[in-house]
Design a protein around this ligand. Structure first.
Ligand code: DX5
Ligand code: ZN
Length: 232
């Protein structure tokens, strides 16, 4: 994966909400590819986070794509509201939806990018029938619901499987990872075939600041590119 094919998606869950606009602007200046917005309903995951008003405010301060990660039981109920607020793409969970195809088609009909997320205990095989219809797979590398969790190494073979499925189908589908991504785990996930890194703590809780955290993650991908034997 070439370094410029690797995308960074700062997750604002770890940002200081009192300074959210400034921190997002800093991420944009530092070359973020998109902003990852975690939406939780206290039902699909045992936590609450943010809703469409935050997206509406962010839309005014950044031109970066706003990626909505729906950790909610019924994402269809919220699509329209989030589109009107200025969202560019939606990630919905396989585990949250018995009618995934319909939801993906709705997202497409709204003119937005569609991604499907799978939790750590969900096998890659469930993607087989939906892969053709989506723009991105999100392999969760922690159970969703909270920031600051430890990366689950058991997800690495699954990242490899997802990348293989995409290559076998010659599909233009991104593979994103989310949860516990830092310089060490980013290297493992990229080597396994991920090309989009979501990071909250490693970017917003970084002692060297937002730009410093992003540069450390980018350095990992440059290093991997220079040592291709590490790539799967
Ligand atoms: C977790 C969220 C993540 C979270 C990642 O449920 O989906 O996007 O913000 O946070 P870190 O990078 O701190 O693990
Ligand atoms: Zn997320």
């Amino acid at each position: 994966m070439e370094p410029d094919v690797i995308k960074l998606a700062p997750s604002i869950l770890a940002a200081d909400f009192a300074r959210l606009g400034k921190q997002v602007a800093e991420a944009e200046r530092a070359g973020a590819d998109r902003i990852h917005v975690d939406v939780m309903d206290g039902h699909f995951v045992p936590n609450l986070s943010m809703g469409a008003p935050i997206v509406k405010s962010l839309r005014r301060v950044t031109s970066l794509p706003l990626e909505i990660h729906f950790m909610v039981s019924e994402p269809d109920l919220f699509l329209q509201e989030f589109v009107e607020a200025g969202s560019d793409s939606f990630i919905v969970h396989w585990e949250a939806n018995a009618n995934l195809h319909r939801t993906v088609q709705r997202i497409k009909a709204l003119g937005r990018r569609a991604s499907v997320a799978i939790n750590p205990a969900t096998p890659a095989a469930v993607l087989e029938e939906i892969l053709l219809d989506i723009d991105q797979v999100l392999v969760m590398t922690v159970d969703p619901g909270f920031g600051h969790q430890h990366f689950l190494h058991t997800t690495l073979p699954k990242i490899r499987r997802v990348r293989r499925m995409i290559e076998q189908g010659s599909l233009a589908c991104d593979v994103e990872v989310d949860g516990g991504i830092d310089v060490e785990t980013a290297a493992l996930a990229l080597a396994a075939g991920a090309n989009v890194l979501v990071a909250g703590t490693a970017i917003f809780d970084e002692s060297e600041g937002v730009a410093g955290g992003m540069e450390r993650l980018r350095a990992v991908s440059r290093q991997l590119w220079n040592e291709p034997e590490q790539l799967q």
